[in-house]
Write a new protein. Structure first.
Lengths: 162, 89
């Protein structure tokens, strides 16, 4: 690595982008397309209740999903801003491995932090709101571990890129 | 009459149209379902639900800040005696 270079601006930008994009994957795939859970479905369930309660709870969850998406959008926007600042600096080596690894790290951190806090500590929702939700919750955490470790490995490999 | 006058007139017309249709644009605002939804969102649990929904984000931002600014504890010295800095692991 060249002396006087600093990879941290690129890593922090990529991580923030990964957090935002990972949040969007969760929201779009699980909340909207598959509809297996929403932000607060453990508190406001859509199943096992009468139709009117299910409708009301669905719309309540849509509000909190929207707020969640607003913050993931903010994370993505902040990541883009940091990325723009990083590429304008002369001392930040523009390594593809570092950048892609950072995004994977961010996505992995999102899955880990959101999974531990929302699924396991606070029980706001689970990956699936079913009896066997623990397996899916653990698989979600495992995906976070894989992404985090893979991203970290790519970042380390990116040291050789200058 | 200039084109700016036409634009102002058009904006005023659109704003009037939208204001007049504000109630009908919201399909649940004045219904029993809408009242239950608003009560569920903005009821006594609103603050708690807001805090819980947003809790992961300051944790994630703190991690990114650690990456960007470095750890707050003193950095270890290198073999040459100079304090290492600027690059993470």
């Amino acid at each position: 690595m060249a002396s006087g270079s600093d990879r941290r601006p690129l890593i922090s930008a990529g991580t923030l982008l990964g957090i935002g994009m990972g949040g969007f994957v969760d929201g779009i795939v699980f909340h909207q397309i598959l509809q297996v859970h929403n932000m607060l479905t453990a508190r406001y369930p859509k199943t096992g209740v009468d139709a009117q309660t299910a409708l009301v709870n669905t719309q309540i969850n849509m509000f909190w999903d929207g707020l969640f998406h607003a913050f993931t959008w903010g994370m993505t926007a902040a990541g883009l801003a940091l990325l723009w600042r990083a590429v304008r600096r002369g001392d930040v080596p523009l390594s593809t491995r570092t950048f892609v690894g950072s995004m994977a790290l961010g996505w992995g951190l999102f899955n880990l932090v959101e999974g531990v806090i929302d699924h396991h500590l606070l029980h706001l929702h689970h990956v699936t709101e079913t009896e066997g939700h623990l397996l899916w919750d653990l698989l979600f955490l495992a995906s976070g571990v894989v992404l985090t470790l893979g991203g970290w490995a790519l970042i380390r490999a990116g040291r050789a890129d200058g | 009459m200039t084109w700016e006058d036409d634009v102002r007139r058009m904006v005023a017309l659109v704003a009037t149209f939208l204001a007049a249709h504000r109630v009908s644009a919201c399909t649940v605002c004045e219904s029993e379902t809408g009242r239950q939804v608003r009560s569920g969102i903005f009821g006594g649990d609103f603050g708690q639900d807001l805090f819980l929904t947003l809790l992961p984000f300051p944790v994630l931002l703190a991690i990114v800040a650690l990456i960007h600014f470095g750890f707050p504890w003193p950095r270890r010295a290198s073999r040459s005696g100079a304090v290492t800095g600027g690059e993470e692991s």
